[in-house]
Design a protein around this ligand. Structure first.
Ligand code: S3P
Length: 435
């Protein structure tokens, strides 16, 4: 299905985006590893997260949907031998966390995924997990692969990339490894695993190494826990961006996760001149939450610091769109990881922006966008998304504020992270329809 977005005037009203994807995966996977009952409220019921739910069942947990966005997991206190391949669909988080968790058990599990996931690098987890004692059957360090788990030993692993998926895979393996396991990364990536492992009763703390704080786990049994999933700031980014670039808009986006390690886009938008305020800050469940009030704003180009990249890694596509409506140059660097996401997001975003008449240029590790202010973007293109949900949503937002409508060549995959995207945007005043 193709979708077309056209200019529809200012946005208004209140929206509550679906639950955070990272927290949703973890709630199901940790629940399956734990002994006893885990109740999840606000789970993101998306294609990606359903892969983790199905995998949890295959590894021996009882997983049940007990109401709208309410799920119950009854874990058996560990993973047992699955009888079939674990299909992780489009989800890097599911596959990397599950492989890490499976490494600690005397089982052999075969993992696979869709065409996009089969292209993504798995060496980043195979290297540390092999050091710990897991064995892998794989042809080129990609899916499909078989992990043979068993007796592991703890490591202090220096990850070359700042990746929460790598960090989580190693920490989950560390729960079953002899001694302690420490994960050192160049810049801190999102810390939902560390926070939630604490809630599930793991022996986890932070240690200072080379002037930075890094997580350490010791062997632990997890106990079932209750998890509340706030709205995903990576999904909230789309209505927020649309309200900023569509003159006279004013919206509120409710119940958003505001974990500082996820807020890079929002910090960058504030630096660009965005009028975003945080209200009703609260922290009911070990993760901070707030309501965001967003008003259309004149914006200026910026160069976000390279160190900020991990805290906005999923938000560069929508930042690139916002930058097209800002005055002046936005330079994104230090974001080479974008090339190994669901697609090569550098090439796809720059190609799509150029097709819409925006002055944009690829860098090896980022991109440059030279914006000409609100109402300057022509649009009028059909965008190639290569099945990437965030590329599709970003260009639909662009189409909402450009002179001519914008079409995306595929839209079903938006449901991997943001089911109900079109309905939520339409309720705020957008005009997005199937072609
Ligand atoms: C995620 C980590 C990030 C992010 C992904 C979710 C997680 O990936 O892009 O959408 O839940 O741990 P990397 O760890 O590869 O940076």
């Amino acid at each position: 299905m193709r979708l077309k977005a056209r200019f529809a005037g200012p946005l208004s009203g209140r929206a509550r985006p679906p639950g955070d994807k990272s927290i949703s995966h973890r709630a199901l996977i940790f629940g399956a590893l734990a002994q006893g009952q885990t109740e999840v409220e606000g789970l993101l019921e998306s294609e990606d997260v359903k892969c983790s739910a199905e995998a949890a069942r295959q590894f021996g947990a009882a997983v049940e949907r007990t109401g709208e966005q309410r799920w119950q997991v009854r874990g058996a206190g560990g993973f047992s031998q699955p009888s079939e391949t674990i299909d992780c669909g489009n989800s890097g988080t599911a596959v990397r966390l599950l492989i890490g968790a499976a490494s600690g058990y005397k089982i052999s599990a075969r993992f696979d995924g869709d065409q996009s996931l089969r292209k993504r690098p798995m060496n980043r987890i195979i290297a540390p997990l092999s050091q710990m004692g897991a064995r892998f059957d794989t042809t080129d360090n990609r899916l499909p692969l078989i992990v043979h788990g068993g007796k592991l030993k703890g490591v202090a692993y220096r990850s070359p990339v700042s990746s929460a998926q790598v960090k989580s895979a190693v920490l989950l393996a560390g729960l079953r490894a002899e001694g302690e396991t420490i994960l050192i990364e160049p810049e801190r990536s999102r810390d939902h695993t560390e926070r939630m492992l604490g809630v599930f009763g793991a022996d986890i703390d932070m240690v200072e190494i080379d002037g930075g704080l890094h997580p350490r786990v010791r062997p632990s049994e997890l106990k079932g826990a209750n998890v509340y999933v706030p709205a995903d700031p990576s999904s909230a980014a789309f209505p927020v961006a649309a309200a900023l670039i569509l003159g006279k808009s004013e919206i509120s986006v409710a119940d958003v996760l505001v974990n500082p390690l996820r807020m890079g886009l929002y910090e960058t938008l504030l630096e660009m001149g965005a009028k975003i305020s945080y209200e009703e800050r609260r922290d009911p469940v070990g993760e901070p939450i707030a309501d965001l009030i967003v008003r259309a704003s004149p914006l200026f180009g910026v160069t976000p610091p390279v160190k900020r990249a991990p805290s906005m890694i999923d938000e560069f596509p929508i930042l690139a769109v916002v930058a097209a409506f800002a005055e002046g140059e936005t330079r994104i660097a230090g974001a080479a990881e974008l090339r190994v996401k669901e697609s090569d997001r550098i090439t796809l975003m720059v190609d799509g922006l150029k097709a819409c008449g925006v002055d944009a240029e690829e860098l090896p590790d980022g991109m440059v966008i030279r914006g000409r202010g609100p109402k300057s973007v022509r649009g009028g293109a059909q965008i190639r998304t290569m099945g990437d949900h965030r590329v599709a949503m970003s260009f639909l937002v662009l189409g909402m504020a450009s002179k001519e409508p914008v079409t995306v060549d595929e839209a079903e995959m938006i449901a991997t992270s943001f089911p109900g995207f079109v309905e939520l945007m339409t309720a705020l005043g957008a005009d997005i329809r199937p072609l």
